[in-house]
Design a protein. Structure first.
Ligand SMILES: Cc1ncc(C[n+]2csc(CCOP(=O)(O)OP(=O)(O)O)c2C)c(N)n1
Ligand SMILES: Cc1ncc(C[n+]2csc(CCOP(=O)(O)OP(=O)(O)O)c2C)c(N)n1
Ligand SMILES: [Mg+2]
Ligand SMILES: [Mg+2]
Lengths: 326, 339, 339, 326
């Protein structure tokens, strides 16, 4: 039996469940309470669990992310919502210099079981300061675990696994996904945060995507399918550490790969995936790994330019065909 | 309590500017419903006395640095309504060439430095502009606008301290509308007397009724006199209220209808209209002319925006660098995500 | 002016702790010259009354969050001198397993949360610890130390506001030694009265003579009483001075020898020694025993550190994650930059 | 004629020259004045040019970097010294959301001619919070130009070119280089900020390095040379935009490449260089591009562990030999 639900509601249910299951869990961030959550994920939860556990913070990203880290050190299990990745730039010191280093610097004494969630991505005409996709930055940092639920099922179940994790987990939610609907598989439960998932099997080419680009990859795969090219689509799910094994096993079968990344191309995740595939499948590759990324430009406001800046299905199809020499 | 009225030319101009802003923003809301304007749209309806009162007192070569809620500031600073409207449409003729939209109005000719959408992020900029003016020129000032919510940000703190240490010619204007999205002042600031909070940076700081355009204008004059006299930065809190939701996405769940209605009774345009009529500065016909003029101006602005052109997609990657690198291979077209 | 002396056990203990810190830090300076200790080494010689006065008043399950200038705080909080010294050597037996060094002393058993080297970066942590104590426990406090230079950082501002809004049980202790590296208080803060500055966050804030250990201890008691009584955070400024350079790399060009000498006359150990002798709390022999005891303790600590072991290089990548991923290929050895 | 000078003095001379040449230039940052500069680069300059133009700032990285950006917008030519890249995390909002976007968001009206310098890198036992190499992050961002002088000649001349540049330039100085000495070529002058430099010609393999790793690459090349392997060593110099042309031309000749990067391996610059080489030289590569990077760990304090975490000459030699099948 399956059920249709929005990504937003799946996250909402995950939050409620977490708050119910463990008194140590609290949700904190800007406008998580009265406003109803910027993306309505936490709507109503403050009424159910009180303002101490669903806690509005002032505009002070470094302060409240750091407070979340401290609260985790102090025995709580905070879920810190940073409205969007764009504002997380203000909290990077806390995330990189504190959360990611504490376990190591303290010789293993202090782990930081915090979950930091943030919306990411472009596509809603929010212009240059509100449209970043900086997953790549976070995925660069040892000590952080970085996940990106792309499906409603992952939105529903990843949070619990992230809270279970003793290390800091950064969770990226593509803003375009909140309103998306999908089927929630009945057998849901803890998600293995270390594993990518093959969302569509195929034998001709491997397409790697995550978060906001997964649906584009799947759409491209359908289109390729009608041209007789069977693409395997991998949803990375965990951006750090990367599940090389799943990717490499796939490419060993398909001998070709394309990465779809909404981040800027240079020094992004697409580069790492390309490099890892090439390192591990060099003698099996029939073409260089293709990269379909955002244009290297601050995202412009007008829709036609914004859409032109973002990776799109035709570009994925074209890159796949190029790799197939077609 | 209420400040005495200045000369007629001034009062009518102030009222007219508030009306222009109001008409423009109401038009924007309609255009948003029609999906002509997209992205985030933050209206300052109810807060017109602040932008008008402050910006109208600036000299043409004074600078303005503002937030995403800056349509009024841009208009009063002198940017053509048509170019503002075209920007909201995302057209090439917009004041930011269409790249910025509602949150990022810019104009070099009028020294209008945005339209910044990172809360608090533009305060350091204002300090830097002041530093430059100080070192290069010596008489220009910069007015920097921000909401009360921004005062919790570290960048507010750092900027205030720098400005006060360096005595930059900066007028910090806090548009205290009591809410930062859905977060009330009480849950965002441990010290809700914002002038007291600001005074801790060792600079002159005071509050003014942000629903009274004359009071705001007078406070601005006083501040600018001090600033131009070398007195360093000044902090001004203008107590105001936004009648509409935070943005077009905001369901406005966090405050009561009652509260909104109570504030609407203090509508800066309505109250100032009454006052001017009472003082004999203007009559009903004059008022109607102001509104009609504003409507006509905005009709023209919308027509201009409608007739504007879309940037060709080929120009997508322009204006990333002013200097184009002499080498380095751009990514092949097919991989750049072109549609 | 000067606070009355507490009971003999307390005064002698306070003096003894200051002496232990002094001896340890002077030993550290020697060991640095001998290249036994490396990296950054920040000594707090001259500032012992602050760490001693505050930390000695904490309960064992109260937490401490400190800066890179934290040897004294760690020692008084109860971490073995030997484990501190081993940490400075970088040995496995160190209180941070050798990974942290002088700037990153940690100890879970004593709730000592570092040793943080990003100026201001640890203040939000302290707020979070307080939040957790509040929600889980309800009687523990956290003492958070930082220099006056840190007060210009945005993270100071954000943390103070959060603590005051949320009434966390946090004792903020500003160790005002007048300099942030080479930057004097006057060029770092527009408001040099730091208690005034802090009071703008709407919390109790006061100053104390940081060269007088009893005054510091009493101020701490007063603050802790308020904090444990649910009064929320308190800010305490301790006016002090570092007799040595900022770190072992600092040529100390920015202040006069004179100024340093004048402050040395107020050496917290010398003055307190005189006072205790005068008050009959201790005699010359007792004093000598304290120094001898401290020297012996530090001799042992150094011996322990010397005898400590180096972490095997194979364990380089431990403690990056507590949970080891079940998949993901680590990079091949040859490419990992192994020597 | 050549002259021997330290990297620090070369930078110092560049600063003095810039201050002398243009009244609009000012140097601002923590302890650039009385303290003498954290790395003594600006020592004494406040006495010569006054405290207005060699301006101490309080500890407030976002504030003074933002003020530098604002000052650039206002007509000055600020050189902002952020003590180290570690603290630049606190200024990223200003750099990414403001400096990098302003020209674009304003439709080309406002360029930001600011130079932001910072020390980077590990090697001095400063532990996890003081040893980052985050060049990769900056190189990911369109709108920024990122340079890394690795030689005393570049240290001497790059600053003027950076100041001449109308766009924000981020300059990385590896902390281990300040005390290094080298020969200053007499014919110095404006540096082409768009070009990598071949520091050692060779025909068997291409080694890419920059900043702090250049000397290691050169040393490895010497060692390889004695084994009969002629390595070409490229100093990237500009990390964004990357000078693909120079790299690709080299690899087209050598058919093999290794990148030496002190940053963490995952999602770092080494990945981008590897991906670009593979994309452009796929059919010419005899082996996958090797990557010698820092271990994925917060840098530990003890010397033996720190050195083990960093890329070292033997690892470069080994990677090169692996690529040569030897
Ligand atoms: C650093 C940052 N955090 C969060 C946001 C999202 N956000 C946009 S406006 C806003 C409220 C700001 O309130 P205030 O400063 O009072 O200004 P107002 O909108 O009331 O004019 C928030 C939280 C942002 N743009 N930037
Ligand atoms: C964010 C940040 N900026 C700069 C530095 C470099 N730094 C280390 S200590 C210090 C001075 C701090 O002064 P203060 O807070 O007064 O403490 P003190 O060293 O005097 O005890 C500076 C600038 C740093 N560690 N972190
Ligand atoms: Mg507000
Ligand atoms: Mg100090």
């Amino acid at each position: 039996m399956t059920d249709t639900i929005t990504y937003r509601d799946a996250l909402h249910d995950a939050h409620r469940e977490a708050l119910e299951a463990d008194d140590r869990v609290l949700v904190m961030g800007e406008d998580v309470a009265d406003y109803g959550g910027t993306y309505a994920v936490t709507k109503g939860l403050h009424e159910e669990f009180g303002r101490a556990r669903v806690r509005n913070t002032p505009l002070s990203e470094s302060g409240f992310v750091g407070a979340g880290i401290g609260a985790a050190l102090g025995g709580l299990r905070p879920i810190v919502e940073v409205m969007t990745v764009n504002f997380s730039l203000l909290a990077l010191d806390q995330i990189v210099n504190t959360a990611a280093t504490y376990l190591h610097m303290s010789g293993g004494q202090f782990n930081v079981p915090v979950v930091i969630r943030m919306a990411t991505g472009a596509g809603r005409q929010l212009a240059a300061q509100h449209s970043h996709s900086l997953e790549a930055w976070y995925a660069h940092v040892p000590g952080l675990r970085v996940v990106a639920p792309a499906t409603v099922t992952d939105a529903r179940w990843m949070l619990a696994s992230a809270l279970d994790d003793p290390d800091p987990v950064i969770m990226f939610e593509h803003a375009a996904l909140y309103a998306s609907k999908g089927e929630l598989s009945d057998g849901g439960g803890p998600v293995d945060l270390d594993r990518a998932a093959i969302r569509r099997p195929g034998s001709d080419i491997t397409i790697c995507a995550w978060g906001g680009t997964l649906s584009k990859a799947l759409e491209a795969a359908e289109e390729l399918g009608s041209d007789g090219i069977e693409a395997e689509v991998i949803d990375l799910r965990t951006l750090r550490p990367l599940d090389d094994a799943t990717i490499v096993q796939s490419v060993m079968r398909t001998n070709r790969a394309v990465v779809v990344d909404e981040g800027w191309r240079s020094v992004g995740l697409s580069a790492e995936i390309s490099a890892r595939i090439t390192e591990q499948c060099f003698y099996h590759l029939d073409a260089p790994v293709g990269r379909v990324c955002s244009a290297e430009v601050p995202i412009p406001y007008p829709s036609h330019l914004e859409q032109a800046a973002l990776p799109q299905v035709p570009a994925v199809v074209a890159a796949a065909k190029a790799a197939m020499n077609r | 309590m209420t400040a005495a009225l200045p000369a007629i030319e001034t009062t009518v101009r102030l009222l007219g500017d508030m009306i222009r802003i109001r008409v423009m923003e109401e038009r924007c809301a309609e255009l948003y419903q029609q999906t002509k304007i997209r992205g985030f749209l933050h209206l300052a309806i109810g807060e017109e006395a602040v932008s008008t009162g402050v910006v109208s007192r600036l000299q043409p070569d004074d600078a303005v640095v503002a937030t995403y809620r800056e349509h009024g500031h841009a208009l009063v600073k002198g940017i053509d309504a048509a170019r503002i409207m075209a920007e909201m449409y995302g057209k090439v003729e917009g004041c930011s060439g269409g790249r910025g939209g509602s949150m990022h109005l810019f104009d070099a000719d009028h020294r209008f430095y945005g339209g910044n959408a990172i809360v608090g992020g533009h305060l350091p900029l204002a300090v830097g502009l002041g530093l430059a003016d100080d070192m290069l020129d010596g008489h220009r000032a910069t007015a920097c606008f921000f909401g009360e919510g921004a005062m919790a940000e570290g960048e507010f703190h750092e900027a205030m301290n720098l400005a006060a240490l360096w005595d930059t010619p900066t007028l910090f204007v806090c548009e205290n509308n009591l809410y930062a999205m859905g977060t009330s002042l009480e849950s965002s600031e441990s010290e809700t007397n914002l002038a007291v909070k600001a005074a801790a940076y060792n600079l002159p700081a005071w509050s003014v009724d942000g629903m009274d355009v004359v009071a705001v204008a007078e406070a601005t004059d006083r501040a600018l006199t001090s600033i131009r006299g070398g007195g360093g930065p000044v902090f001004l809190e203008a107590k105001t209220y936004r009648f509409r939701a935070h943005s077009m996405f905001d369901p406005d769940l966090y405050r009561s209808k009652d509260e909104i209605e109570r504030w609407k009774e203090r509508d800066p345009i309505v109250t100032f209209t009454d006052r001017l009529i009472e003082a004999g500065h203007i009559d009903a016909e004059g008022i109607e002319q102001l509104w009609a003029g504003a409507r006509a101006e905005m009709d023209d602005a919308v027509a201009f925006a409608e007739a504007g052109t879309w940037e060709p997609v080929e120009r997508l990657t322009t204006n990333v660098y002013r200097r184009t690198p002499s080498s380095g291979h751009p990514a092949p077209e097919t991989e750049r995500g072109q549609v």
